[in-house]
Write a protein that binds this ligand. Structure first.
Ligand code: SF4
Ligand code: SF4
Ligand code: SF4
Length: 330
């Protein structure tokens, strides 16, 4: 697949169709790939494609098309981007929110087989938690990991997949100019939602307690916000001073206000890519809250984010028969 990606990018530069390409290159640590921005064809060789290309690259797009740049005399860049299923859904959302001009994007869609959660490697009973992983190799669905004591362990890739990837419904991109690979994994909606059903059955007090327990670990680093393509506001409500919505303290009420604000701003927008979960240094279970919103938006409004460029998001439209009981019966 990587050769096909490189060939396609080379052709795009040669035919002068793009000014910049956003993909992944080798990270500085094992088990890491890092987003990379190619402006010179000579750098195309840096590109990689593997099970650690987990960043949602759509997060970088809005800054190239800030509204103040969209004046008649400003030439907007033409951007090529590698898009997995989740990245493509974020791109759809950003186009619909008028943050990206579709005509300035060249999307190389790639069928994704799921990304590895590094924490799962460390937790895989290999006693590698306390030592550095120095090398990792992937072959035929297995991952061979080596630690600094030269201890090696072979793990099944399937067991190491990130939770969002394990039950991904859209591994192939939904919007692209060229598609590389074929969709191999796909999960049914019911299977995907199963993890949240137990949580939903719990009494309100217990759910609230879980929310408080989880968010009390938050250190307000805002990595979850920075990793999310939906969080493109020039000024986040968490940092506004006029009006000031939240204090900057680690007081639980300030933290809860930030979390509730961020989570609710994802209603009808979150595509469950898991970027916020991966970015969180405190291991907070953010997914359960955003996924609950995904499920409710689907149930109440029949809407799924990032699927179609035509369908209006529920928060941007109104139907007289919209369900409303969630306002009074949480
Ligand atoms: S969420 Fe889906 S498309 Fe995105 S990285 Fe995981 S498996 Fe791939
Ligand atoms: S809230 Fe998290 S899971 Fe949802 S789109 Fe943003 S980064 Fe992805
Ligand atoms: S990434 Fe985690 S710790 Fe940082 S602000 Fe978000 S929830 Fe809090």
């Amino acid at each position: 697949m990587i050769e096909k990606i490189k060939e396609t990018v080379k052709k795009l530069f040669k035919e002068n169709k793009i000014d910049i390409f956003i993909g992944y290159s080798e990270g500085t640590l094992p088990l890491r790939s890092t987003p990379c921005f190619i402006t010179e064809p000579d750098d195309i060789e840096k590109l990689v494609w593997n099970s650690y290309c987990f960043n949602n690259l759509a997060v970088y797009l809005p800054r190239f098309f800030l509204p103040q740049l969209q004046k008649k005399d400003v030439k907007l860049p033409r951007i090529g981007i590698l898009a997995k299923g989740c990245d493509s859904r974020s791109i759809v959302g950003l186009i619909k929110e008028h943050q990206l001009p579709r005509e300035n994007l060249y999307i190389i869609g790639i069928a994704c087989e799921g990304m590895i959660d590094i924490k799962k490697i460390q937790d895989a009973g290999c006693k590698m938690k306390e030592v550095e992983i120095v090398a990792a190799e992937e072959k035929n669905g297995k991952v061979l990991v080596e630690d600094e004591d030269k201890k090696k362990i072979e793990l099944e890739k399937e067991e190491l997949l990130a939770e969002a990837c394990k039950s991904c419904q859209y591994t192939a991109p939904l919007i692209y100019d060229v598609l590389i690979g074929e969709e191999k994994r796909k999960t049914k909606e019911e299977e995907r939602a199963a993890f949240i059903e137990e949580f939903e059955k719990k009494p309100l007090e217990e759910r609230w307690k879980y929310f408080q327990e989880q968010v009390s670990k938050c250190i307000r680093c805002y990595a979850c916000r920075q990793a999310c393509p939906n969080c493109y506001c020039k000024e986040c409500f968490a940092e506004q001073t006029k009006p000031k919505w939240i204090g900057i303290t680690d007081n639980i009420s300030d933290i809860m206000f930030y979390q509730i604000g961020r989570i609710f701003h994802q209603a009808g927008r979150c595509i469950d890519c898991g970027a916020c979960v991966r970015a969180c240094p405190m291991g907070i279970d953010l997914r359960i809250f955003t996924y609950k919103l995904i499920k409710d938006v689907k149930e109440f409004f029949g809407y799924e984010a990032g699927i179609s460029l035509k369908e209006s998001p529920p928060l941007a439209t109104f139907k007289s028969d919209d369900r409303q009981e969630f306002i009074t019966e949480p």
